[in-house]
Design a protein around this ligand. Structure first.
Ligand SMILES: [Zn+2]
Length: 318
């Protein structure tokens, strides 16, 4: 790992430990590993105790942190637009956090991809008044039985009210609350259903689970993902942002271009090292034992994916 990257890690770790609200919001994923049952069951069961905080970003856009994937919120006369739905079990906290922003009714929901920590709240949000829009593959996965090997869990089809009523394939541009919202499908990255949501007037980019800020990412090979797809998506994200862009990751604190660049370097560097060792004939166990990500493990390995999980995810795709 380069000296440049190491310096970045120390600075980032310091910032993360000094950030109180975000630190509270992300205690939840760590707790998952203390449970005997699976990640999905535990996350759903404990969602009612997740702490949800609202953070104002720019203009009429905020983000809710702490109950599954990060939820962006746009307010205004057309009603609230939510980007992702979080865990269903966190409905009371999400309701309170939305009310703390203002009293605009919930009218629109966009799913960034099909995963449960971004769509479990679809049904209640739909019943509360939201029309749901997503990529075609989000509707496909929510409509059928879908197994995720990395979580060792098979999802039943979602209830009818949770299924996106409207879908698109490549891109879609909306105008709501006086704001332009540009949606763009990634080539398969974290899943085959990921989209970015760009609030172009406010220069805020929600990049879904192509970016985990401060946590090793999950790469869901079961539904089309790969490490190379994640890297391509991250390069596409970097091409869209400037030094003033606010970047909303799928998980972790709200970020900027420098943090996105750091993450790109982490993905690219780890991929290269794992690929080199694999080509030399090393087994996954031997590569895990090489501690390739030692410089970031203390901070980045405490989320949904441990250092071993992350190396395994990279190994699978090189
Ligand atoms: Zn996801």
């Amino acid at each position: 790992m380069s000296a440049k990257l190491d310096v970045g890690i120390s600075r980032r770790s310091f910032i993360a430990s000094a950030s109180s609200a975000a630190a509270v919001a992300f205690v939840a994923p760590r707790r998952l590993f203390a449970q005997d049952d699976g990640l999905v069951q535990t996350a759903r069961r404990t969602a009612s105790t997740d702490t949800v905080t609202a953070q104002k970003l720019r203009g009429n856009i905020s983000v809710l942190l702490g109950a599954g994937g990060n939820i962006a919120v746009l307010t205004g006369p057309d009603g609230k637009l939510l980007i992702d739905a979080g865990f269903a079990g966190a409905r009371p906290q999400i309701t309170n956090a939305l009310a703390s922003i203002n009293s605009d009714p919930i009218k629109h929901l966009i799913n960034t991809h099909w995963h449960f920590d971004h769509t479990d709240g679809n049904e209640w949000l739909h019943s509360a008044g939201a029309a749901i829009l997503a990529h075609t593959n989000t509707r496909k996965h929510l409509s059928t039985t879908t197994k995720v090997e990395g979580w060792n869990f098979t999802f039943d089809p979602a209830p009818a009210g949770a299924i996106p009523a409207e879908v698109f394939d490549d891109e879609r541009t909306l105008k709501l609350n006086g704001t332009t919202i540009a949606l763009k499908h990634y080539a398969p990255a974290h899943t085959d259903s990921d989209i970015s949501v760009h609030f172009t007037d406010s220069d805020i980019l929600h990049v879904a689970d192509t970016f985990w800020n401060g946590y090793y990412p999950f790469i869901d090979y079961s539904t089309g993902a790969s490490i190379d797809g994640m890297i391509r998506a991250t390069e596409a994200n970097l091409a869209k942002v400037s030094n003033t862009t606010i970047v909303i990751p799928g998980h972790g604190e709200v970020a900027d271009k420098s943090q996105l660049s750091f993450y790109r370097d982490l993905l690219v560097g780890t991929r290269e090292k794992v690929a080199t060792l694999k080509k030399q004939g090393k087994s996954l166990d031997e590569i895990v034992a090489a501690n390739l990500t030692a410089a970031t493990d203390a901070k980045w390995g405490n989320g949904f994916r441990s250092p071993k999980d992350f190396i395994g995810d990279v190994f699978q795709g090189v």
